[in-house]
Design a protein around this ligand. Structure first.
Ligand code: NAI
Ligand code: CS2
Length: 487
């Protein structure tokens, strides 16, 4: 268990008076990323700028990490790794921690209704928003069906936020801002959309009140934080001198671009390295398409090539060439960001992906592809189709995803596909008569490909070519051919 008096002297500890912190942000989704990103920023504000913004950490589905920090005074450690260097810091900005499984829904709703709460932030993965890639609330989603039937005892993230908003309005409390920190395009608008659509189905006047009163700032968030493994926990314990079941490892890089639109105040995040802007979209699209698009490409092509972690993919020159083409020829032209040199950005991303100290598993990034592909690859494909331009690497990445989600690698070994649509994807792959039918079956999935892409003959033909090339030549030889065909 983490205890401040037992730590190795190299570990940096909170120097601020934790009793001065006020619980002003409630964060839903106490996963690895929040612990190493937003919480670290708040920690620097308290450490170096006397900030009193503290966090109430909340989890809706899993109580384990919340239970872990409750045992250690709401502390955890973050270890930044690069090459042989490691710097560990104990984060002290959490003042309270609650989970629905252990503390119950009412305790979580009470925490969201504390008068001091000015911001509710979220890292609940793409799944947590219960919507299609077009932002429509998924009324077939089991949690949403439940929340429509029982609005005052909700289970979904949008449902819980909505119920807290309703209770605060009824009690005459100040509104909070709702800030998504998930990797989605327009994440603020998407969050507003699902909360307002759910409200409209329950109480239309509440939907109007939310539109008038609550802000949903968008953010672009960036720091690579791999899922914590037993190996990582052992390395963290060796570094700290004590065990920390809530510890995380990450890269030193940190970026956070935030839309400056908060109805009840905000911390001065800019003092700790964040950028406050009026429009996040250019940054968000850049990061989702260049970084996350390359990540997904490496995840699917890397898994099919037998590479377990991203740094291993970066040792294969064909994958490095492929993501360079993907970023600079196919993603960069679709972007509108003005103050960033995209060649430098791409070079910096490749350097970050080479970080051997981070064991960032390709299989982790490969999860939930049905919810990731639209913003990482398909919106760029649409741009190329409109312009009549080539999109070979995007097509190759999507075809690799189709092979991956069929559930068997090229040697016939089973792949553990983790995706809300896993059963549907496996059925399409196993029931289709040939490659063309398989591709057609996949692209007919409207929640991923919309209505436009399946109707586009160039899109379907390019994908079918890539799918067949991988099936017939194997992923490495096929990629060699597709990359050299570009020159
Ligand atoms: P994690 O697996 O450690 O944590 C995910 C959290 O989301 C858990 O607290 C889990 O209980 C909760 N969750 C999962 N499904 C949910 C649902 N349907 N409704 C409500 N809560 C749900 O993952 P991690 O690393 O914290 O990443 C979370 C998200 O943060 C990512 O999906 C991504 O959008 C964003 N992010 C992650 C980065 C990373 O490198 N790990 C970097 C940038 C953004
Ligand atoms: C990754 C991201 O898991 C994934 O899908 O692409 O979480 C990635 O590590 C972050 O977005 C980096 O900021």
């Amino acid at each position: 268990m983490l205890a401040l008096d037992k730590l190795h002297p190299s570990v940096s500890c909170p120097q601020y008076d934790r009793s001065r912190l006020r619980t002003r942000i409630a964060h839903i989704g106490f996963g690895a990323f929040h612990r190493a990103h937003q919480a670290v920023c708040a920690h620097h504000l308290a450490q170096e700028h006397d900030s009193d913004w503290g966090y109430c950490e909340l989890s809706l589905f899993s109580g384990q990490q919340i239970a872990n920090i409750k045992q250690q005074q709401c502390l955890w450690s973050v270890s930044e790794l690069e090459g042989n260097r490691c710097q560990s810091t104990v984060i002290g900005v959490a003042t309270a921690a609650l989970s629905v499984p252990d503390d119950g829904l009412e305790a979580v709703l009470d925490a969201l209704c504390e008068p001091d709460i000015a911001i509710v932030s979220l890292t609940v993965t793409e799944k947590g928003y219960c919507c299609s890639s077009m932002g429509e609330l998924d009324t077939d989603n089991e949690l949403i069906r439940h929340d429509l039937a029982y609005p005052h005892a909700p289970r979904s993230t949008p449902g819980i936020i909505l119920e807290a908003i309703r209770r605060r309005r009824d009690a005459g409390l100040a509104p909070f801002s709702v800030m998504s920190c998930d990797n989605m395009p327009n994440n603020g608008e998407t969050t507003r959309g699902v909360v307002v659509q759910l409200a409209a189905a329950q109480e239309p006047s509440l939907a109007e009140w939310i539109e008038r009163t609550i802000s949903f700032p968008s953010t672009m968030v960036d720091r690579i934080v791999p899922a914590v493994t037993d190996e990582a926990l052992a390395a963290i314990a060796a570094q700290l001198g004590v065990e920390d079941p809530a510890g995380v490892q990450c890269e030193p890089f940190f970026q956070w671009v935030i839309e400056d639109s908060f109805v009840s105040g905000r911390p001065k995040w800019e003092q700790a390295g964040a950028t406050l802007v009026n429009d996040v979209r250019p940054y968000e699209e850049m990061k989702l398409r260049m970084l996350n698009g390359s990540h997904s490409f490496l995840a699917y092509v890397g898994c099919l090539s037998g590479y377990a972690v991203i740094s291993e993919c970066m040792k294969d020159p064909r994958l490095v060439d492929a993501i360079s083409l993907l970023m600079l020829k196919e993603q960069a032209p679709t972007l509108s960001v003005e103050d960033i040199n995209l060649e430098d950005y791409a070079a910096a991303l490749k350097h970050r992906f080479e970080n051997k100290a981070l064991k960032h598993r390709t299989a982790q990034i490969a999860t939930d592809g049905s919810l990731k592909l639209p913003q990482r690859m398909l919106n760029s494909v649409r741009w190329h189709l409109e312009q009549g331009r080539r999109f070979d690497m995007l097509a190759f990445g999507i075809a690799a995803w189709m092979h991956y989600v069929s559930g068997k690698d090229p040697q016939g070994n089973a792949i553990d596909v983790r995706d809300p649509l896993a059963d549907t994807l496996a059925r399409i792959a196993s029931e289709s008569a040939d490659a063309a039918a398989t591709v057609k079956g996949f692209v007919a999935l409207e929640s991923i490909f919309g209505r436009d892409l399946p109707a586009n003959a160039t899109f379907v033909a390019t994908l079918t070519d890539a799918y067949i090339a991988i099936a017939e030549q194997g992923v490495k030889a096929a990629l060699d051919e597709w990359v050299s065909g570009y020159r």
